[in-house]
Design a protein around this ligand. Structure first.
Ligand code: ADP
Length: 561
């Protein structure tokens, strides 16, 4: 405000030096020509109403010409100072004409006349005219514009000039908020501006209540603008937060599904609110993919370990079984040997009695004979389990043994067909007793056929397989029956172990088979097969000369019985 009013006043005062610089070089002035200067001054004064006087004095202060009537006398004017001649322009203090009461200030300019000692041109401004100009500046009510000179004397005042102009304006101390008590006792907010066209200071004072009134409007506007901006920011932040929360929620739900084991859980939607969220989504997807692959690998490893574990446990069971069977075999053969002699004696006595006894006791003798024969058969089985060869071994083809058994177990109503696979070369043989091997295979096949008997006829599967593995011939009988329970596995080859009803099974078939295979230096065993049923097998060493011969490609032979 002060800057604007100051610039306005400066612009106005600018006319003074412009006019002075034109006048000091004018021949009438330069020549201190009273007669020429007077009409010039009079006409100029008429054109510039703000000028109260135009005066030209010589170096002694004598008035040469003056546009003010009656001012032309021998006394130097009040503003004249001899020292100003040939020096820089000067501004006088405030002078009040006692007659008219007009306040005036004179701007004096040296005139460097070459003909005389020079002079001074004085342009006197009517300050009351400036007064009116300042009063016209639009300001809040009660505001005041004042102009003071370097001595602090008030030259102009837009309000109550008569009362304060010409007096020293001693400023009251300024408060921290920039307010100061004015000469009229009213507290105003002051702003100052140093004029450039005169050594004066222009001050604009706005009453405190006006400032507060203006500021209130400003505050309200600021509050409204800031509140609106804050609200806008809040809405944007809320929108961003809710969008991010929705995306994070999706991620969290996907993470939960992954945690629950659903690794194929894809992230819904492809767009993300921010680049960071898009990156997070991508990283998350990659992590889920990695987890999926890792789990697939782990599952595979787990399956491998489980099947290795199963195989290991099966081997352990077989070892335990072999040891137990070896002990039982020793006991059984000793028992058979010890019982055989008294039994032979009983059979011999029976034959003697049969000849000499009366006919009425003949039935009892027959009972003793039958039961003794049964006991002899059991003793023979027991001694076979105990590793005793019944007859000398010969070179035989296991496939021929299997063929023979297949023929023996020819299909009957309700009995399943046996598929026979032979993959050994006919030339490769084992050293064994044909009848004994036949008994082993027959045991296996009979048990397998009984195991599948409860299945529908079309579903029954019994398969005999002869394979030639390095130096061993392996014979397997596989069925898709219920298999053997893990608890019973350890007892399978023990004498008299049976799960069949009394009269149907003796529990000697497998134990005898065990004895036979053991006596041939082979191995016998059981494994659960891929159908969930039983696979009984035995392996016998190939005769050395045959073992040197090569293999033919696998041949599969199926023969319905
Ligand atoms: P038996 O047949 O007289 O019972 P084994 O020594 O031949 O005597 O068989 C002993 C037991 O082994 C059987 O009672 C049966 O529990 C079991 N077994 C043998 N072979 C099979 C098979 N193929 N499937 C299921 N269990 C079998």
């Amino acid at each position: 405000m002060a800057r604007t009013a100051g610039a306005y006043l400066d612009e106005y005062l600018n006319n003074i030096p412009t006019l002075a610089s034109a006048l000091v070089v004018h021949p009438a002035v330069d020549g201190l020509d009273s007669g020429a200067a007077l009409p010039l001054f009079t006409s100029l004064k008429a054109q510039h109403p703000m000028l109260a006087a135009i005066t030209l004095v010589d170096s002694s202060g004598r008035v040469i010409a003056s546009a003010v009537p009656g001012a032309s006398d021998e006394h130097p004017p009040a503003w004249f100072r001899g020292a100003t001649v040939k020096e820089s322009p000067q501004v006088s203090g405030l002078v009040t004409d006692p007659a008219s009461g007009t306040s005036m200030v004179t701007f004096s300019y040296p005139v460097r006349s070459v003909r005389r000692d020079g002079g001074v041109l004085g342009l006197t401004i009517d300050m009351t005219r400036l007064q009116g100009m300042l009063a016209a500046v639009p300001l809040p009510s009660g505001s005041v514009i004042s102009v003071t000179d370097t001595n602090g004397v008030m030259l102009l005042r837009s309000i109550e000039p008569v009362r304060y102009v010409g007096r020293a304006a001693i400023p009251a101390p300024t408060t921290s908020l920039g307010y100061r008590e004015d000469v009229d006792g009213i507290e105003r907010f002051h702003e100052e501006f140093a004029l450039t066209r005169a050594p004066w200071t222009l001050t604009v004072g706005i009453p405190r209540d006006q400032v507060l009134e203006r500021l209130r409007g400003l505050w309200i506007r600021n509050v409204v603008v800031s509140g609106g901006a804050f609200l806008g920011l809040l809405l944007v932040a809320l929108w961003l937060a809710s969008t991010m929360a929705a995306h994070l929620d999706q991620l969290q739900r996907a993470a939960q599904r992954i945690a629950d084991g659903d690794l194929v859980a894809a992230l819904p939607g492809e767009t993300a609110a921010t680049k960071e969220l898009a990156d997070l989504r991508r990283t998350f997807g990659a992590m889920a993919q990695n987890l999926k692959q890792t789990r697939a690998t782990l599952d595979k490893q787990f399956d491998q370990e489980r099947s290795m574990n199963d195989a290991l446990q099966s081997l352990q069971r077989q070892v335990v079984r072999q040891e137990r069977l070896a002990a039982v075999g020793l006991l059984a053969s000793g028992l058979a040997h010890e019982l055989n002699n008294p039994l032979q004696a009983i059979v011999g006595v029976c034959q003697l009695l049969e000849r000499s006894a009366p006919s009425e006791v003949q039935p009892e003798i027959d009972v003793v004979k039958v039961q003794s024969a049964r006991a002899v058969a059991i003793i023979r089985s027991l001694s076979r389990f105990g590793n005793h060869h019944q007859s000398a071994p010969e070179l035989i083809h296991p496939a021929e043994v299997v063929d023979d058994v297949a023929r023996l177990r020819a299909p009957e109503p309700g009995r399943p067909a046996i598929a026979v696979k032979v993959s050994s070369k006919p030339g490769r043989r084992v050293s064994a007793n044909f009848a004994e091997l036949e008994q082993v295979v027959l045991n296996f096949v009979t048990n397998a056929q009984e195991a599948v008997a409860s299945l529908p006829e079309d579903d029954r599967r019994v398969e005999v397989c002869v394979t030639d593995v390095a130096r061993w011939i392996r014979v397997e009988v596989r069925d898709n029956g219920p298999g053997v329970s893990p608890d019973d596995e350890a007892k399978l080859f023990q004498p008299f172990f049976t799960t069949k009803s009394v009269g149907k099974g003796t529990g000697l078939g497998l134990s005898v088979s065990y004895g036979i295979i053991q006596s041939h230096g082979g191995a016998i065993g059981y494994v659960r097969n891929e159908w969930g049923g039983a696979t009984f097998f035995f392996e016998l060493p190939v005769v050395e000369s045959d073992a040197m011969m090569g293999h033919d490609d696998q041949a599969v032979l199926r023969r319905p019985l």
